[in-house]
Design a protein. Structure first.
Length: 355
C-alpha cells in the first residue's frame, strides 16, 4: 500500500527515528510526568526550540512549559507564549489579531503555534526560537510539531481518562451520601471528557474523519458482525489525484485544503452507518455493510466530485481514483486483506485513466 503523505518530505530519517521512539515509549507509560519528559526531549531533538509551551484543555486549561533542554519549567498565564496559545482555541475573538480555532499560526518570525484538532482544539503547542525562521525551517518545524502534538495529546488523553475514572471512584466513596443529582452531573462531565479524549485518538485532525486506528477499531466490529450473519459488505479505497502537483504549484496550505475537500466529498458519498476514514496523506478508505451493488458507490462518488467542482470556487479541482472489493462473508480473508485488494483495484483504475 502506498504511503505517500504531505508530511513525508519534511521528516528526515533522524527525525522519524525520534518520533518512532517517542510514540513507542509514550504508549508504554501511564504517568503524565513521564509522558511530558518524553515530549520535551523529542521537541529538543527534532526542532531545537529556545522555549515551548503546551496547553491542554480538559476540565481546566493545563499549562506546561519546556526549556531549551526539554525540561519542564514554571509556566503560567503571564508566559509570553500563553496569549498566542489561547488565541488558537475555538471561539476566541479574531479582533485580537490572531484567528482562534486555526490549526497553524506563525505568530512572528520566531514563533509558531499549532492546535489539534483544528476544529475543536484540546491541545496546543507554541514554540519559539532564538533566530528568525527560514521558509524551509518553517515547513519542517510545522509538520514535526504537529506530529509530536498529535502523539502527546493522544497519550496524555489516555492517562487523563483513566485518572478521571480513578478520581470519580474516590469521590463516590467519600461522598456516598450525596444526592443522585450531584452524582449524575459528575458522571456526565466525566463521560464527556473521556469521550472527547477517546475520539481524539481515533480522529484525523485535518478532515475530522476516523484515522487509521479509528477505522480498524470501528470497522473490525462490523466486519465480524457481517461474517457471523453472512451479510454482504465492501471495502472502498480512494486516492486523491494530483496532490503532489497542487502542493508544488500552490503550496501546502492548498494541499491541506484539497485533502479536506476530498474528505468531505468522500464522506458525503456514504451512509451514516458506514465507517469512513483518512488513513494516509491522500488515502481514504470506507467499509460499508449490505451493499449488493458496489459500482453504485463509485458512481455516486464521481457524481459528488463533479457537483463539488461545479459548485465550489477553488484554485484546483478535486479528483479521486477509487477501487472497491466485495467481502466474502464465508471467506478467510481479514479486513486488512480486503484493504490491500481495494488498494490494488484503485491503482488499476488510476492506471487505466492515465492510458
Amino acid at each position: 500500500m502506498k504511503k505517500d503523505s504531505v508530511q513525508a518530505p519534511h521528516l528526515e530519517a533522524p527525525q522519524l527515528r525520534v518520533l518512532l521512539a517517542m510514540s513507542r515509549e509514550l504508549f508504554q507509560t501511564d504517568e503524565a510526568a513521564s509522558s511530558l519528559e518524553l515530549v520535551g526531549r523529542a521537541l529538543v531533538e527534532i526542532i531545537q526550540p529556545e522555549s515551548t509551551l503546551l496547553l491542554l484543555r480538559g476540565f481546566r486549561l493545563d499549562i506546561v512549559g519546556f526549556d531549551n533542554r526539554g525540561h519542564t519549567r514554571a509556566a503560567g498565564t503571564d508566559d509570553p507564549m500563553y496569549a498566542p496559545g489561547v488565541a488558537m482555541l475555538p471561539g476566541v475573538d479574531a479582533a485580537a489579531g490572531i484567528n482562534g480555532g486555526r490549526q497553524f499560526q506563525q505568530v512572528d518570525a520566531r514563533t509558531l503555534a499549532l492546535a489539534v484538532p483544528a476544529y475543536a482544539a484540546v491541545a496546543i503547542l507554541v514554540a519559539a526560537w532564538d533566530h528568525d525562521l527560514e521558509p524551509a525551517e518553517l515547513e519542517r518545524y510545522r509538520y514535526s510539531m504537529l506530529t509530536v502534538l498529535e502523539l502527546a495529546a493522544a497519550a496524555l488523553g489516555k492517562i487523563e481518562a483513566r485518572s478521571s475514572l480513578e478520581r470519580l471512584v474516590l469521590t463516590q466513596s467519600e461522598q456516598i451520601a450525596s444526592t443522585s443529582v450531584t452524582h449524575a452531573a459528575e458522571l456526565a462531565k466525566l463521560g464527556e471528557t473521556a469521550s472527547e479524549m477517546h475520539m481524539l485518538s481515533l480522529t484525523d485532525v485535518l478532515t475530522g474523519l476516523y484515522n487509521r486506528r479509528g477505522f480498524f477499531v470501528q470497522a473490525e466490529h462490523l466486519f465480524k458482525v457481517a461474517r457471523r450473519k453472512r451479510a454482504r459488505s465492501a471495502v472502498i479505497f480512494a486516492d486523491i489525484d494530483g496532490l503532489k502537483q497542487i502542493n508544488d504549484e500552490l503550496g501546502h496550505d492548498s494541499g491541506d485544503g484539497v485533502i479536506r475537500d476530498a474528505g468531505a466529498v468522500f464522506h458525503q458519498s456514504f451512509r451514516q452507518a458506514d465507517v469512513v476514514s483518512r488513513i494516509g496523506g491522500d488515502e481514504f478508505v470506507a467499509y460499508t455493510l449490505d451493499d449488493e451493488q458496489p459500482d453504485v458507490i463509485l458512481a455516486r462518488l464521481r457524481a459528488n466530485l463533479r457537483a463539488f467542482n461545479l459548485m465550489q470556487e477553488r484554485p484546483y479541482e478535486v479528483s479521486m481514483s477509487a477501487g472497491i472489493v466485495q467481502c466474502d462473508p464465508g471467506g478467510e480473508q481479514t479486513l486488512s486483506d480486503y484493504l490491500l485488494l481495494a488498494d490494488e483495484q484503485m491503482y488499476a483504475q488510476k492506471r487505466s485513466r492515465l492510458h
